[in-house]
Structure formats: structure tokens, C-alpha cells
Design a protein. Structure first.
Length: 168
């Protein structure tokens, strides 16, 4: 049996990798090439992310977050038969308070333009929350599991909320 130079070269490559190749080039299916491509792909992905962050305006992100918070907040109010099982008035109150605070921050940053609808939605949520808290629970007691969402002006307030104690 005669062993050719090609057979010896393939044997050396199998044992020692591309370092044994006389031309020093990597094989097309070499793992190193794939690694380099993956690393290059990761670098491109990182570059795309950086460009996206560069174009992103935080005010726009906040507005999108507020819209999502409205959706979750309404579901936590449990106003419909479909959302009744999701009712969590503590979470609904937190959503309302967060919405109010972030809307004010957004208004300071870019003005009131486009926020009137969001403010009226939050006011409607506050009214719905107040009604939900006042409803008797299944045990026949008021649904006072959560403190009423307070309004510091501009929107609806909870009726019957205890005033702050006065300092004597």
C-alpha cells in the first residue's frame, strides 16, 4: 500500500489542525472561520443596537410604557367580566399613581402636546378605581383592600378620602 503526499497532509491536518497545512490557509469548513464569522456577526449586532439607542428618544419610550401601563392598569381594575379575575386594586392604584407621575415628567420635558388624551384616560381610571374600592366585596364588606389613589390637582379625586391629620 502506497501512501501519497495528500494522504499524509490530510493525516497531519487531522492531528494538528491548520497549522500543519503547507499553505497556512484555513479550510472552508473550519471552526475558526465560523468563530470569526460569529464574532463579526456579534459585532454587527452590537453596532445595530448602538445605532438604535442613538436614535431612541427616552420621551418616546416613556410614552410607550405609559400606554402599556394604562392597559395593565385597566385590567387590574377588573371592570369587565373578562378582567374580573385579574382584579388587583393595589396594582391598579400603583399603575394610576405611576401614570400621573410620569405624565407630569413627560409634560415638563416636551410640553403638554399629545398628553391631554392620556390625562383624561388616567382621570377615568381614577374614577373607576374609586367606584371599585367603594363596591362591596363578595363578603359584603367595602372593597378597601387598597388605599384610594389620590389626586393632587387637575383630575378626579376620591370621595370620602380621609383628610391628612392637621398639625396642632
Amino acid at each position: 500500500m502506497t501512501v501519497s503526499d495528500d494522504d499524509l497532509r490530510q493525516d497531519d491536518e487531522a492531528r494538528h489542525g491548520d497549522a500543519a497545512r503547507p499553505d497556512g490557509e484555513a479550510r472552508p469548513d473550519d471552526g475558526n472561520r465560523r468563530f470569526e464569522e460569529e464574532r463579526g456577526g456579534a459585532a454587527n449586532e452590537e453596532q445595530r443596537r448602538r445605532e438604535a439607542v442613538k436614535r431612541l428618544r427616552v420621551a418616546d419610550l416613556i410614552e410607550e410604557m405609559l400606554i402599556g401601563l394604562v392597559t395593565v392598569g385597566y385590567q387590574k381594575l377588573g371592570l369587565t367580566d373578562q378582567t374580573r379575575e385579574l382584579r388587583d386594586l393595589s396594582d391598579a392604584r400603583l399603575a394610576i399613581e405611576t401614570l400621573r407621575a410620569w405624565i407630569d415628567v413627560l409634560a415638563r420635558e416636551r410640553g403638554e402636546e399629545g398628553l391631554a388624551d392620556l390625562r383624561s384616560t388616567v382621570a377615568a381610571m381614577q374614577l373607576s378605581y374609586a367606584r371599585a374600592v367603594a363596591e362591596p366585596s363578595a363578603a359584603g364588606e367595602p372593597n378597601a383592600a387598597a388605599e384610594p389613589a389620590r389626586d393632587d390637582g387637575g383630575g378626579a379625586t376620591d370621595e370620602g378620602a380621609d383628610p391628612e391629620p392637621a398639625d396642632d
